[in-house]
Design a protein around this ligand. Sequence first.
Ligand code: SF4
Length: 379
Amino acid sequence: MPESSNISLPLLQDDAAGRRPLVGLTLDELSAIVAGLGEPAFRARQINEWLYARRAPSFEAMTSLGRNLRATLEQRTTLRTLALADAQRSEDGTIKFLFRTHDGLNIESVLIPSEARDDQDEPKRQTICVSTQVGCPLDCKFCATASMRLKRNLTAGEIVEQFLQVERYAGEKITNIVYMGMGEPMLNYEQVFRSVAIFTEPANELVAARHITVSTSGIPSAIRQMADEGQKVKLAVSLHALTNGMRSELMPINRRYDLGELMDAVEYYYRKTRQPVTYEYILFDGWNDTDADIKRLAKITRRVPSKVNVIPFHEIEFTDPTGISATLRSTPREKFDLFIRKAREAGVMVMVRSSSGEDIDAACGQLAVKHDATSLTGR
Ligand code: SF4
C-alpha cells in the first residue's frame, strides 16, 4: 500500500487528531478513498457495509478487510468524532445523551421508547431525536436551545453518528428518527438531507424514509425544496400559535415568514408529494388553549390532510425569563384533556404526545445548556 496515498474526503473536516471521519460518507466517497489507498474497488463496498449495515464499533472488528488495511484506516481515519459525555435514563425509559463534538461543543440526542408494546412486552418502536445544529439561530421563546444561539451546523456524519452511538449504547435497534433535537434542520438543509440519504440507502439497513420525520419551525423555501426533490421523509411543522401576532411573539421566525407564507408552502408540499403533514402544537395555559384557538386550529389544519401532535409544555429553567418566556405555563391536565376533546369534535385529527423524560431535562436543549452553564461557571 503506497504510504503517500491521498485520502480525499469532500465536505467533512478532520477530527481533532487530524483523522478523516468515515461515518457520513457515501459509497462513492468511500470508493475514492479506497482508490487513493491503492486498494481494489470492492473494499469500498465492504467498508460501507461495516460502517452502516454491520455497525462495526472499531476497525478491529472489520475482519474481512485484512490487517494492513485496517491499520491504515485506523491511522488515517476515524469512526468516532463524538464523545459520549453523559447519559440519563428517565423512569419512563427515555434516555437522554450528551455528546461532545471534536471541537468541544455540546449536543444532545434522545432515545424514546414507544408506549405501545409488542408480544414480548418490549416497546414497539425506539425513536431517536437527533440534533442538527449546535445551538440554534432562531429564538423560540419556549426553548432552552435558543439561549445557546447558533455555534455551528452539524455535519451529516455527526448526525449519523448520534444514531450509531445511541444504538450501540442502548443495545436497542432504533426504528424511527425524528429531526427535532437542537437546531432548525431546514437551516442545515444540505447536511440534514445528506444524512437522510445515508439513513435511507437500502444497503445500509438503517431506517426507511417512512419512519423518518424532519421537523421545521417554518422555512417555506426549504419545505418547497423538499417537495421539489421528492424527499420521501415525513414533514412536521411547529405551529404552536394560530395568529400572526401570537406566533411572532412566540416564534420570531414568523416575522420573517408569516403563517400565510408558511401554509402556502405546506399546500405546495402536499400538492406535489400527496403526503399528509404533522403539526406540532405545544399547549400553553390561557395563551393558545382557548375555544377560539380550537376554531383556528380546525380551519388551518383543514387546508391539507394532516394530524396535530398536541404536546404538554414542560416548564424549563433556561429560557430568557423576560417578556413572554416568563409568562408561559403548562395547561392543567383537565383543561388539556378538554382541549383535546373539543379539537376532535371540531374535526381535528389529534394525537397526544406525552412529554417523555420529564425527570431528565428531556426538553430540547436543556441538558446541553446545563452543561454549557456548568462549564462556564466551573461548577
Ligand atoms: S424550538 Fe427548535 S427552532 Fe426553535 S429555537 Fe429551539 S431548537 Fe431552534
